[in-house]
Design a binder for this molecule. Structure first.
Ligand code: UDX
Ligand code: ADP
Length: 478
């Protein structure tokens, strides 16, 4: 059997590496039109940072795992074709700002159809709007010259989270395979199931119809994001009332019906999926006339935007209502720890907010490159997922400097803010940092990972999300 994956990104790369690693009897080829990305997958410097990924790739690469730009040859030879290309949010036209742009998906489908001389199972791996499979099937069927070639479409959404991708792939809560309720659809499900059964117990492999599988992915992400927006909304209330959001989260999390996960208040959720998938869900609801349902889910994104904005406003307010010309150290730029990924990271909106008020920003992130940071700060909303997009530096961005360590970023700063929960930020020498900063030295903990009592004892004025106000700030407000 030969498996081919179109798209060597965050989903396609690690997922195929795991399949190859666990299934030595299957040849796995990952293809991409981006030659630099493929070259990186074939080198010692993989294009994405993910704990444990290097070992999995090294064990399988050139054995039964290959990365190539020769899309046509490999797709023609494949039995199962995974499609894991980008599905950006549309920036113009019908559904702009919400609907998924399926240009890359359709391009991939047309290419599959044009090169196929044998029947194939085509698997949706990237998240797509419900009913995409139906449209894709038409594209495949009508563009293939050979009438004997049959395409069977499956939806096999990926639930891995970045930073824990290898763990998630090795021991997933579940694998979901959606297919048509026809005989050939059910057969195709069994073929894909047999691949996963190489290492995943059969009872963890759930089968569903195509639309349920597509909708499950959007709903899972929407529900996870909704938990974060729920606790973030409560963090605002905690600050206003003197309650502590971490105590509230702990108390409610012990209710087994609620559970303890995904209740960490933060400066906002980021990542390539949550916002995009919710907006997709909102758009689908609108198009079928479910206005109230659309509004309900849209509010999850609104609260996320509110939380980022609230964080910036609180910083400005705390620092005597002006940050103009002040140096602010930003610790962490990735959307979460253990990844170098910055897609939809809350750090972008926070930095843009600070830049709008003329602050000078010193950024340090252990895994994000300077070029990436500058590019992110110069791109318009939703443009990150459009491969041809590259930003142009605005004059304000001259006020952004990137550093190779936290200490130099904090030197002479008036305030520091933690935007990513990297473990190394917990153990920094804050005495040294305090000594190097302008006084009063402010800390804004956007992830609630620091020891606030200790920082206060060192002399810092501390603002923590959803926590009672620092006595210094309390005095300032009274
Ligand atoms: C998510 C889903 O978890 C995964 O199943 C899906 O396949 C892709 O989208 P990912 O975006 O990689 O994965 O990371 P996730 O761990 O879900 O975190 C998303 C964002 O929420 C991050 O910015 C994270 O910092 C934030 N978050 C998470 C919180 O603010 N609080 C929490 O309690 C948990
Ligand atoms: P994800 O996070 O879903 O994996 P990425 O944006 O990281 O998404 O990866 C998508 C990849 O798909 C990109 O590397 C892009 O170059 C690739 N791609 C898009 N369209 C095609 C296509 N028609 N053929 C091959 N690769 C494609």
């Amino acid at each position: 059997m030969k498996i081919v994956c179109i798209g060597a990104g965050y989903v396609g790369g690690p997922t195929m590496a795991m399949i190859a690693y666990k299934c030595p009897d299957i040849q796995v080829v990952v293809v991409d039109i981006n030659a630099a990305r493929i070259a990186a997958w074939n080198s010692d410097e993989l294009p994405i940072y993910e704990p444990g990924l290097d070992d999995v790739v090294k064990a399988a690469r050139d054995r039964n795992l290959f990365f190539s730009t020769d899309t046509h040859k490999h797709v023609a030879e494949g039995d199962i074709i995974f499609v894991s290309v980008n599905t950006p949010t549309k920036t113009r036209g019908v559904g702009a700002g919400k609907a998924a742009d399926l240009t890359y998906w359709e391009g991939a489908a047309r290419m599959i159809a044009s090169v196929s001389t044998s029947s194939k199972i085509v698997v949706e791996k990237s998240t797509v709007p419900v009913k995409t499979a139906e449209a894709i099937e038409k594209v495949l069927r009508r563009n293939c010259a050979d009438p004997n070639v049959h395409f069977e479409i499956l939806s096999n959404p990926e639930f891995l989270a970045e930073g824990t991708a290898i763990e998630d792939l090795e021991k997933p809560d579940r694998v979901l395979i959606g297919g048509k309720e026809t005989e050939s659809g059910q057969q195709a499900i069994q073929v894909l199931k047999s691949v996963y059964e190489h290492w995943i117990p059969a009872e963890r492999i759930l089968c569903a119809n195509l639309w349920s599988a597509e909708l499950s992915k959007l709903t899972a992400n929407a529900m996870l994001a909704q938990r974060i927006s729920s606790i973030n909304s409560i963090s605002a209330l905690c600050e206003a009332t003197g309650a502590d959001v971490q105590q509230v989260a702990r108390c409610i999390g012990t209710d087994s019906r609620i559970g303890p996960k995904f209740l960490n208040a933060s400066v906002g959720f980021g990542g390539s999926c949550f916002q995009k998938d919710i907006l997709n869900l909102v758009y689908i609801c609108e198009t079928v006339g479910l206005k109230q349902v659309a509004e309900y889910w849209h509010s999850v994104v609104h609260i996320n935007d509110y939380q980022k904005q609230r964080f910036v406003e609180r910083m400005i307010e705390a620092m005597f209502n002006t940050i103009s010309g002040k140096k602010i150290a930003v610790l962490g730029f990735a959307f979460k720890k253990d990844t170098g990924d910055t897609r939809e990271t809350p750090a972008i909106d926070v930095c843009k907010g600070l830049m709008a008020d003329n602050a000078r920003i010193n950024i340090y992130d252990p895994k994000v490159t300077e070029a990436q940071i500058h590019n992110d700060l110069s791109l318009d909303k939703f443009m990150w997922d459009h491969p041809s997009a590259s930003g142009t530096k605005s004059p304000r961005q001259n006020s952004v400097t990137c550093f190779k360590d936290a200490y130099s970023a904090c030197q002479d700063a008036h305030g520091l803010c933690v935007l990513t929960e990297w473990d190394e930020f917990k153990t920094l020498d804050y005495e040294r940092i305090y000594a190097s900063m302008t006084k009063p030295a402010f800390v804004f903990d956007g992830r609630n990972i620091l020891d606030h009592t200790r920082l206060r004892s060192l002399g810092f004025v501390v603002y923590a999300l959803g926590k009672p106000l620092d006595p210094f700030l309390q005095r300032a407000y009274n």
